[in-house]
Design a protein around this ligand. Structure first.
Ligand SMILES: C[S@@+](CC[C@H](N)C(=O)[O-])C[C@H]1O[C@@H](n2cnc3c(N)ncnc32)[C@H](O)[C@@H]1O
Length: 258
């Protein structure tokens, strides 16, 4: 009995070591899998390819490659004087049907090209949240707002998965030339939908992929069909597509209440 016991005790440290080794390998493997899974995303929603467009990030959502974010170094392009004639922002603002007192968000606001224009429509009784992922853009935006004497706005720094907008309070979220850059479009749109009032609206404004004459890189354009396909995964219903702008669609959805 003593022999058996002592032999058992002699083998136990080895068994412990083996168990510890197996556990260590298991944790290393789990950590490797977690590290490869994008934060806060459903692994099945996105796919990744090594070979991809130089303008994209190699990450795909619903058959579309996500475009690289336009850096703040290119901010002057957003404020170019020709933009008025090329894109007719006045027609876009008309299409949005904003009213005095509305609370809205300019998502991916950049330098705030649309923020102060929207703010002047909603007036002092309303408010515009200007969201961006780049703090440098928000600094430029704040200077721009001061130049236009705009005070009824709030700059909001978002994350890759959350717009950080107040829940349930927005009449409209405007997304001009930004959705195709969202790193996590599914999660970001979920967060935007949470920020909308019941029946609040969200407007995708994207360069027409259907039109080869629109002089914009392919990954920075979207077809109406692609926008509607991606919106189908969200608690939204399509309201209208407005084609009065020279280069961009205005595709409007409303938050579903059912
Ligand atoms: C092409 S600019 C458009 C700026 C502005 N909407 C306009 O039309 O003048 C795209 C902007 O979207 C921002 N952006 C990209 N991904 C974003 C994200 N996940 N959340 C918030 N902003 C984002 C970029 O930092 C950039 O300022």
């Amino acid at each position: 009995m003593r022999t058996i016991t002592s032999s058992f005790h002699r083998r136990r440290p080895d068994a412990r070591r083996r168990l510890a080794l197996i556990m260590a390998c298991f944790f290393v493997a789990v950590r490797a899998v977690v590290a490869q899974t994008p934060a806060n995303s459903q692994p099945s929603v996105y796919s990744y390819r090594h070979e991809h467009s130089p303008d994209g990030i190699g990450k795909f959502y619903q058959g579309r490659e996500i475009a690289q974010v336009m850096g703040h170094e290119g901010a002057d392009w957003l404020e170019r004087p020709q933009r008025q004639a090329e894109e007719r922002p006045d027609l876009l603002l008309e299409a949005l049907k904003l009213h005095a007192g509305d609370v809205a968000a300019d998502m991916g606001a950049g330098t705030g090209y649309f923020t102060w224009r929207m703010a002047s429509i909603v007036g002092d009784g309303g408010k515009i949240y200007a969201n961006d992922i780049q703090a440098e853009m928000l600094e430029l935006l704040s200077k721009n707002m001061a130049e236009h004497h705009t005070t009824n706005f709030q700059a909001v720094l978002g994350t890759l998965t959350n717009a950080n907008l107040p829940p349930g309070g927005l009449d409209l979220v405007l997304m001009v030339d930004v959705y195709h850059e969202f790193d996590h479009p599914y999660e970001m749109m979920q967060s935007i939908c949470r920020a909308l009032k019941p029946r609040g609206r969200v407007a995708w404004v994207e360069y027409r992929a259907e039109d080869p004459n629109v002089p914009i890189k392919p990954l920075h354009k979207m077809s109406e069909a692609q926008v509607r396909k991606e919106a189908a995964a969200l608690p939204l219903r399509w309201v209208e597509t407005i084609e009065t702008l020279p280069r961009q669609h205005v595709i409007i959805f409303q938050k579903r209440t059912d």
